[in-house]
Design a protein. Structure first.
Length: 198
C-alpha cells in the first residue's frame, strides 16, 4: 500500500515527492526511568500515587511492554516516542477560564510552552517521519542519514526509543537494568490486568 503525502517542513526539502510505503510499525510515547515500584505497579498503596510518579511509572511500564512485544514480533518495528512539549492548547482547556490557574497558565505557562515547545503540526510531522522513515530498521521512505538503533543498540527491528528531535536514545544502562529486574514482572502484571478482556 502506498500513499503520497506533502509536508511543509524541512522534511519536504529532503523528500520532494514523498511516497510512503507503510511498514509494520507501532508508535507510542516514551518516558522510562530505572526507578519503578515493582511492589505496587498500580500505585494503589496510600500516598503512592501522584501525577509525576504515575507518569514515570506508567511510561516505564509502557516501554517494558513494548520491548516485550518487539521481542516476540521480530518483523515489526516499534517506536516509543517522546515528543517533548507540544503546544496543543490543552493547558488552557483544563480549568475555568476565570480561575487563578487559568491566569497563571495564560501569563506564564502558555508562553513557556509556546517558546520551548513545538506546535502540534510540527509534532505530527515528526511522528509521520518516525512512522514511515527507513531510519528505523531500514524499511520505509529511503533514509541516507545515520540509521537509528533500537533499545538493544542494534540498527534492526525492535523497540526504538525516540526523542523530540527524532534521534534514537537507546538508554542502554536503564534498559538493561529494567530488562533484568522489571520486564517479567511488568509483563505478568499487564497480562493479569488485560487477561479478562482478551
Amino acid at each position: 500500500m502506498a500513499a503520497t503525502v506533502t509536508l511543509n517542513s524541512p522534511v519536504e526539502e529532503t523528500f520532494p515527492s514523498l511516497v510512503l510505503v507503510l511498514p509494520a510499525l507501532v508508535v507510542s510515547r516514551r518516558l522510562e526511568r530505572a526507578s519503578i515500584d515493582l511492589d505496587d505497579l498500580d500505585l494503589k498503596k496510600p500516598g503512592n500515587f501522584g501525577a509525576v510518579k504515575a507518569q514515570m511509572q506508567y511510561g516505564t511500564m509502557n516501554t517494558m511492554g513494548l520491548e516485550k512485544l518487539a521481542s516476540g514480533n521480530p518483523n515489526v518495528t516499534f517506536v516509543h516516542s517522546w515528543p517533548g512539549w507540544v503546544d496543543t492548547g490543552n493547558v488552557t482547556r483544563i480549568s475555568d477560564p476565570n480561575s487563578i490557574w487559568a491566569w497563571f497558565v495564560w501569563l506564564i505557562l502558555d508562553r513557556v510552552i509556546g517558546f520551548f515547545g513545538a506546535t502540534d503540526d510540527v509534532s505530527g510531522q515528526r511522528h509521520l517521519f518516525q512512522s514511515t522513515s527507513a531510519a528505523f530498521a531500514g524499511r520505509g521512505v529511503p533514509w541516507t542519514g545515520r540509521p537509528g538503533v533500537n533499545s538493544l543498540e542494534k540498527p534492526a527491528d525492535g523497540l526504538f526509543l525516540v526523542n523530540y528531535k527524532c534521534d534514537c536514545t537507546p538508554n542502554a544502562k536503564v534498559m538493561s537494568l529494567l530488562r533484568e529486574k522489571a520486564s517479567d514482572k511488568v509483563w505478568d502484571h499487564t497480562q493479569q490486568v488485560l487477561g479478562p478482556f482478551l
